[in-house]
Ligand binder design. Structure first.
Ligand code: HEC
Length: 104
């Protein structure tokens, strides 16, 4: 009986922990939260106005490809190598969806 009780409590705690996590396993915040880390350089809502490329409206597959190439070092970059390594593959997909849906 005691053991069953502990099992029930354990399941309850585990259930709560799972429910509190973001929807996708390795995504650490909402799309807008993740994207806010890019605004300093790529502009608010991905609309950069200087030498840094805009992200708003960038095609999803291109975005994912670029981030993966930055991560692996295959694409030339000044800063994106370091930045891209801070994001999981799932987070990159979330970011790609977010920015591709913004108006350029
Ligand atoms: C410190 C400034 C800075 C921040 C912060 C930054 N970027 Fe960049 N990004 C750049 C620069 C500069 C480039 C051009 C490549 C390079 O030199 O690294 C670039 C290029 C890119 C490109 C390629 C665009 C194209 O048209 O080829 C993508 C995609 C991108 N960044 C995504 C992101 C995402 C997503 C974030 C936030 C998670 C982010 N960047 C945050 C500076 C930044």
């Amino acid at each position: 009986m005691n053991r069953l009780f502990h099992l029930a409590v354990g399941l309850l705690v585990a259930g709560t922990a799972v429910a509190a996590e973001p929807p996708k396993g390795s995504v650490s915040g909402s799309p807008a939260f993740l994207a806010s880390n890019c605004a300093n350089c790529h502009g608010t809502d991905g609309r950069a106005s200087d030498a840094i490329p805009a992200l708003a409206g960038v095609e999803k597959d291109y975005f994912i490809q670029a981030m993966k190439e930055y991560k692996g070092g295959a694409r030339e970059a000044t800063i994106m190598h370091q930045l891209s390594k801070g994001y999981t593959d799932d987070e990159i997909v979330v970011l790609a969806e977010y920015f591709s849906n913004l108006k350029p």
